[in-house]
Design a protein around this ligand. Sequence first.
Ligand code: NAD
Ligand code: UGA
Length: 465
Amino acid sequence: MKVVKNICCIGAGYVGGPTMAVIALKNPHIKINVVDINPERIAAWNTDDLPIYEPGLLEVVKLARGKNLFYNTDIDSAIKEADMVFMSVNTPTKTYGVGKGRAADLKYIELCARQIARVALSDKIVVEKSTLPVRTAESIKAILAESSNGVKFQVLSNPEFLAEGTAINDLLNPDRVLIGGDQTSEGLDAIESLTSIYASWVPREKIIQTKLWSSELSKLTANAFLAQRISSINSLSALCEVTGADVDEVAFAIGSDTRIGSKFLKASVGFGGSCFQKDILNLVYLCEFFGLPEVAAYWDQVIIMNDYQKRRFANNIIQTLFNTISGKKIALLGWAFKKDTNDTRESPAIYVTDHLLTDMANVWVYDPKVPAKKMYDDLDYLETRESDKNRELLKVVADPYEACKNAHAIAVITEWDEFKDYDWQKIYDNMLKPAFIFDGRNILNQNKLERIGFKFYGIGKSFNN
Ligand code: NAD
Ligand code: UGA
């Protein structure tokens, strides 16, 4: 087994940055270069104002940075030095050409593979850390095989299962680490090299070794199953609202069955984040590509249900406010796609806001971690309105009480803990009446708010108003 002394990670994003920080912390004998084409991102990794917000991350980075962990832009040198190269670049949904709107755009991965093939002067283990369609390793191997430097490569799949907001804990205490590789003696040897790196802190029995294709497909499948649970409970939240059942009670009752389990059954305004939608669309595309239309339609429904839930939430606000929100002030609490992150990719906040702005509401937003620029960029990206109009209708404030002052309604979009502890009496007193509140996360105390006088609407809750 080859002992790895030097690692290069291409891509210093939400996965590459934290993952390498933890590997470096637990393997002080390995030098790690995390490289990226984005110089601002790399510069930020070298300050205490990291490019991503993640609880506990700065502490881990500070323990290793400058010792055996380095963030820089010299990609060629980092590849040359390394025994093992992780590819942790983005794999977004294609926005053009064949597979547009469904297939994963693999141009960044392919560029990495070509760069490795071009500059490598010694044998290397190349690790797929990005989430990739099943059989991508085949293309990567074909590109690497064209390296003119007489260098040999082994390709492994090592998908990442961390969730944002809990990334450090997920990395320190993973449910499992998955490593797929060729079942040849060289492939098995490479699997052992990577296994020994994780074994510095992860119990061996949690390190699963598989064939390449099983590992690649398991990552897409894990995300599809998780998202499916959310769409399942969200579909039932609509039924709860019209029948008088309470979705949290239903989730608790079914989740107590150990065969079902209690996690990922929290009804919400809809799931967001950079991966669930993209990975399911990719799975749907793969099924269609391999001639399995029924399987594709089955998974597509998870996305259809999620879109329905976001739309349903926004429509409920409009209908409840007497079918007119034009010129009305609506306060949005939270913009991030979940708590404890500043990531807004595919956040339900974007779609709910777009809906409300289309009906000419004045939306005031407060989020503890997301800067205003990101919110405007998110809306401009949708191209529903002129950028000037977005700036006219959406106001971003740094004080939640200011956001809610004189508002006709409040909508909770992200489950930030601080929202639970606000002075809701004070907020109520400063709102227009009737004071409506739409809790898209079911985190607030409905009875308490109703006692104060709010007209309260939760997801999958019966309405007592
Ligand atoms: P990201 O966009 O935050 O980071 C990717 C980085 O790669 C960017 O900084 C970009 O500049 C850089 N990059 C792109 N092409 C490059 C190149 N040729 N050379 C050097 N740098 C390059 O993305 P992310 O959220 O870290 O996700 C990366 C991958 O991990 C995706 O495939 C994603 O599906 C997967 N994943 C993400 C998460 C998550 O929580 N975000 C969790 C598990 C898996
Ligand atoms: C998800 C997976 O949980 C990770 O295992 C995976 O590595 C990652 O995607 C990825 O591949 O990118 P992440 O998107 O960071 O992680 O966060 P989650 O905790 O999964 O939440 C995703 C969305 O679902 C959020 O909008 C969250 O609020 C929502 N959600 C989650 C619910 O609405 N209800 C739930 O019960 C759980």
